[in-house]
Design a protein. Structure first.
Length: 202
């Protein structure tokens, strides 16, 4: 049986996610910063969890040998989640799982082709940085991405909004918990880099 957890109950699975190779994105969904849904085998005492990042990713954690749940979720994925993604023009860009799911993923995905890859993760120990000291060409200005930048009429502001909305559940959360930098030339945002996760956990 597959049960979806309400937002207020999602903390129950936080410990299960810590064994993922990269758990910060899944944790961001648990905390309500990133749009997503959480499915478990048991709403009271979950041992198996699937976190679906509504845009393009799935995280599998906990007990991977829960065959009843695996079969039920495979059917739910095939009949509900994938058709919904197709309707919105989305696709499954990545799937991350703990070692207990080795050999189970292929069955859940019903024989769909998988491309395996690795990912490098880095931690930042010194957060005492001042990027505003970065030297740019005289034609460019380095600016913090805030409400004024995002809501401006500058060229490419709409693309900044689009990228922000693909990651963050609400723009207010991005402004409160994260940010980013952009390079501005004349009345154009020439380039930008946005934080995908809350700075509180970095």
């Amino acid at each position: 049986m597959v049960t979806e957890l309400k937002e207020g109950d999602r903390e129950k699975v936080a410990a299960l996610l810590k064994n993922l190779p990269d758990y910060l994105n899944a944790l961001s969904i648990i905390e309500g910063n990133t749009a997503g849904r959480v499915f478990v085998d048991d709403a009271i005492a979950p041992k198996t969890v699937v976190v679906w990042e509504c845009k393009n990713g799935i995280f599998l954690a906990g007990n991977g040998d829960n065959d009843h749940f695996n079969m039920a979720f495979a059917e739910f994925l095939e009949k509900t989640l994938i058709p919904r993604m197709n309707e919105k023009g989305q696709f499954m860009n990545y799937l991350m799982h703990t070692s207990s799911w080795d050999g189970k993923v292929e069955c859940i995905l019903n024989g769909r082709q998988l491309n395996y890859d690795s990912r490098r993760l880095y931690s930042l120990e010194n957060r005492d940085m001042n990027c505003e000291k970065t030297t740019l060409s005289q034609d460019y200005e380095l600016a913090w991405v805030d409400k004024n930048i995002v809501n401006s009429h500058m060229a490419n502001a709409d693309k900044v909004k689009e990228e922000l909305d693909t990651v963050w559940k609400e723009r207010t959360l991005f402004f409160e918990k994260a940010g980013g930098y952009c390079a501005i030339k004349d009345d154009c945002i020439a380039g930008w880099c946005l934080f995908e996760l809350s700075l509180i956990h970095i």
